[in-house]
Design a protein around this ligand. Structure first.
Ligand SMILES: NC(=O)c1ccc[n+]([C@@H]2O[C@H](COP(=O)([O-])OP(=O)(O)OC[C@H]3O[C@@H](n4cnc5c(N)ncnc54)[C@H](O)[C@@H]3O)[C@@H](O)[C@H]2O)c1
Length: 221
């Protein structure tokens, strides 16, 4: 496929510098919106929930238990935010579906999804075990996809995607995404396996610069 055939986003690019990201700058920017934040009991998820509250969103916080999220709930309520904690293991499909239904019943349709919940086992492979590795796949990959799928199908795909490819429930959507025949993927894989990746010819999408030139530049740095 010719890289010039790659579509470009219809969303206008914003080049203007934005101001500092402060709580004041966020105030009421998300008023009227409903947000779901996973893994909100602590760390980044808790901070996101609090920031979303300040920005005016109604926030549904999800973590393994409601009790674990009490501090986050209190911090959000301190800002006058509308918030509710839900116990939900994001890697459990039934739990995710049930929780989304509850959130919609409590607050209405979900506008914002923050897939933050995650586990990280920071141990070298030989010092780790398969169960802890698989736990990461379940939470970090399966969990994210579960929520994303449900969110997309509940809200409908963003307008931009729908306009370009049609409804994501439609077979034509997939055909539009994969214009190249599988044989090209197969040959590319086999060719890259020969170790000649550096000779790859083509345009670096967006940059319109030849990949070989970029590689030459990087290897000279
Ligand atoms: N902190 C970092 O430097 C860093 C760097 C890169 C990526 N991240 C990612 O950002 C996210 C947040 O990081 P953090 O440092 O705040 O993590 P954290 O470990 O402090 O918090 C993660 C939260 O996710 C929850 N969680 C775990 N499994 C869950 C499950 N199955 N269902 C629901 N909730 C679950 C935990 O209970 C916890 O409250 C994670 O996905 C992490 O992998 C963090």
């Amino acid at each position: 496929m010719d890289p010039s055939e790659f579509g470009t986003s219809t969303i206008p690019l914003q080049h203007a510098p934005y101001g500092p990201i402060t709580a004041e700058a966020l105030t009421n920017k998300n008023a009227g919106k409903v947000a779901v934040v996973t893994g909100a009991a602590q760390g980044i998820g808790a901070a996101i929930a609090e920031a979303l509250t300040i920005s005016g969103a109604t926030v549904a916080i999800l973590d393994l238990s409601v009790e674990k999220q009490q501090k986050t709930q209190e911090a959000c309520e301190f800002h006058g935010g509308k918030i509710r904690a839900y116990a939900c293991d994001v890697s459990n499909q039934d739990a995710v579906m049930k929780t989304f239904d509850e959130v919609e019943k409590d607050f209405g349709p979900i506008d914002i999804l923050v897939n933050n919940a995650g586990v990280l086992v920071q141990r070298p492979l030989i010092m780790s075990d398969f169960d802890s590795f698989w736990k990461q796949i379940e939470v970090n990959f399966k969990g994210v996809r579960l929520l994303l799928n449900l969110y997309l199908f509940k809200t409908g795909a963003p307008k931009d995607v729908q306009e370009k490819y049609g409804s994501p429930k439609d077979e034509e959507y997939f055909k539009g995404l994969f214009k190249d025949p599988p044989i090209l993927c197969g040959q590319t894989c086999a060719w890259l396996a020969t170790g000649q990746g550096k000779d790859l010819r083509g345009l670096y999408i967006g940059e319109k610069r030849h990949l070989a030139v970029i590689i030459k530049f990087l290897t000279n740095v």
